[in-house]
Design a protein around this ligand. Structure first.
Ligand code: FE2
Length: 577
């Protein structure tokens, strides 16, 4: 047996993953355990859980792989430092980060509660974007594929073009600091008054409300250059001041990375408490337009350089589901794979699989068809959690449970649906979800008022029986991880107003019976009652990280105004006095 612990550490969305003999067996984000959104630092709790879940002792680990390598691209780093004398605080920040990456052996031993000397594992550093690329290709169903990783920065690079063939991953090209599509999107997101780590998804939701009238202006910020792209640096500050990313023990925050020139170009920055005007909507739309152009340019470059009609993508920018939805219709690629943890947490899986194939793996057999790699809880744990919280719950057999819950959804109730293993990656996909009726005009407002308290412009996503996707949307390529946005068919739009966004699209999750049997059955029961094979699916949380344990779910049930909570086969109802 070969056991490899993969880590995303000292970076946003810290996570751990365990790969045994080339198969992923467990993976989870640290934020779900310590309840701090996007937490950076070291994923101690997630790493400890991965081993416990697999029944492995720390001394059974053969390798530890971290998805960071301070030595990667070092020549370019040194050349840049010599040319541009960065500030002392920037150098200090980089050095302390490198030291943390170097101390990973001690951190692993601490996390697993053993002496450093008792670990026999070999430690490996995998360049950040190589880990992203490996996370995209190795778990894909493709024997060979073009690979694209696009993000902010990791190990001095922002973008990697690569090709995967069998067990080999070859890097074709990189875009190095200071040029970055992730930084471009984050900078305009900040200008739009969304300062938090991970707010880029909000801007993607806002964009369809505007028109791309400023696309030419936004094109001044980023331009394509040969196969790649370049930023117009005078609009940014990250290259002079560094990206001031601080996390202490909390959520990561990024300091302002755009310059006064951005305000000269687009107008004054919106403050987070100021209203969103049509001007802001138009800037968001223009930003999204230019992002899509540049992203599709990179996709085309990969086609030219590989000639392989299959593409695997990762990196934070690969979570831009609108851009992803354009790949198949508008490029020569006929197949797309994006695993569910396409953001930085997925580098834990990528680093582990890269080390597996570099050290031992002679064949590839593992395909990631589901996101269910996190903790799960049995009947007894669910019943115990209800009892501990003093919440009355009833156990129903499946034949009673599914029709009842489907009926309640059709009656307009909002249901907390907690089943099996927690999802790995940012999306809830029917294991830790809140589900509701997509047919109701008022359901978005109900969810926002009673549970989610989100910005009203953000869309809710549809979970669709896989064989029905084509009947409701204009594309039907499988989208099991909700990373592709499709146009809703014209004749169906008014039937599902709660999941049809303002531009008549939906971020589709296609649900297969063999991958998510319980979620598939719930949607099927709803379909039998209503003729609509779709549920509205939003993550099971209010504002905190997605719930992990039954206790977290009960707490969120109690503090929000959900109508019903289902934990496995246990059902609790809200009793309104
Ligand atoms: Fe990344």
């Amino acid at each position: 047996m070969t056991a490899i612990l993969g880590l995303n550490a000292y970076h946003g969305d810290a996570a751990a993953a365990l790969v045994v003999d080339g198969e992923l067996v467990a993976a989870a984000e640290e934020e779900r355990f310590n309840r701090v959104k996007h937490v950076a630092g070291f994923p101690s709790l997630a790493a400890g859980w991965c081993l416990a879940d697999a029944g492995l002792k720390p001394d059974q680990l053969d390798h530890v792989a971290i998805g960071r390598d301070p030595r990667a691209n070092v020549g370019a780093k040194v050349r840049r430092t010599l040319r541009h004398r960065p500030s002392i605080s920037y150098i200090r920040e980089r050095l302390s980060n490198q030291a943390r990456v170097g101390d990973v052996g001690d951190a692993v031993a601490d996390a697993l509660g053993v002496d450093r000397g008792s670990l026999r594992a070999k430690f490996h550093s995998v360049e950040h974007h190589r880990a992203h690329a490996a996370s995209a290709f190795f778990p894909s169903p493709f024997e060979d594929a073009a690979i694209l990783s696009v993000d902010g920065f990791g190990d001095f690079a922002s973008t990697m073009l690569a090709v995967g063939r069998g067990t080999k991953l070859e890097v074709l090209d990189r875009v190095l600091f200071p040029h970055s599509l992730g930084i471009f999107y984050t900078a305009v997101t900040q200008w739009l008054g969304f300062p938090h780590y991970g707010d880029e998804g909000k801007v993607m939701g806002l964009a369809p409300y505007g028109e791309p009238v400023y696309a030419d202006k936004v094109r001044e910020l980023v331009r394509v250059k040969a196969d790649l792209f370049e930023l117009e640096l005078e609009y940014f500050t990250h290259h002079t001041r560094g990206v001031e990313m601080t996390w202490a023990d909390g959520s990561p925050t990024i300091g302002r990375i755009f310059s006064q020139r951005m305000e000269d170009l687009l107008g004054p920055t919106r403050q987070p408490d100021e209203p969103i005007t049509p001007h802001h909507e138009n800037v968001a739309r223009s930003l999204q337009e230019v992002l899509e152009e540049t992203y599709l340019h990179l996709v085309h470059s990969l086609w030219k350089r590989t000639g392989i009609p299959r593409i695997a993508l990762a990196g934070g920018v690969a979570l831009n589901a609108v851009a992803n939805g354009r790949i198949i219709p508008e490029t020569p690629f006929t197949d797309v794979y994006i695993q569910p943890a396409a953001g930085d947490s997925g580098t834990a899986v990528g680093a582990a699989l890269d080390v597996w194939h570099e050290t031992a793996g002679s064949t590839r057999g593992f395909v990631m068809t589901s996101a269910d790699w996190g903790p799960q809880y049995d009947d007894e744990s669910c019943a115990g959690a209800f009892a501990a919280a003093g919440v009355a719950a009833t156990r129903l057999d499946d034949d009673e449970l599914f029709p009842l819950v489907a009926r309640k959804i059709a009656d307009g109730e909002v249901i907390g649906w907690f089943q099996g293993r927690m999802e790995f990656g940012p999306r809830a996909l029917g294991q830790r979800s809140i589900v509701a009726d997509p047919r109701r005009d008022d359901m978005k407002d109900i969810l926002n008022a009673r549970i989610k308290h989100r910005e009203p412009f953000r869309p809710f996503a549809p979970s669709v029986l896989a064989d029905q996707v084509g009947a409701w949307f204009e594309q039907d390529y499988p989208s099991p991880f909700m990373v592709l946005v499709y146009k809703t068919r014209e004749e169906k739009r008014e039937l599902i107003p709660a999941v049809n966004h303002v531009d008549d699209t939906g971020r589709v999750q296609s649900v297969e019976p063999d991958v998510l049997p319980r979620y598939w059955r719930l949607i099927s029961e709803f379909d039998k009652l209503t003729g609509v094979p779709i549920l509205l699916n939003t993550s099971f949380n209010e504002n905190e990280p997605i719930v992990m344990t039954p206790a977290h779910a009960i707490e969120t049930f109690q503090k929000t105004r959900m109508d019903m909570l289902v934990l496995g086969n246990y059902v609790a109802r809200r009793y309104v006095a």
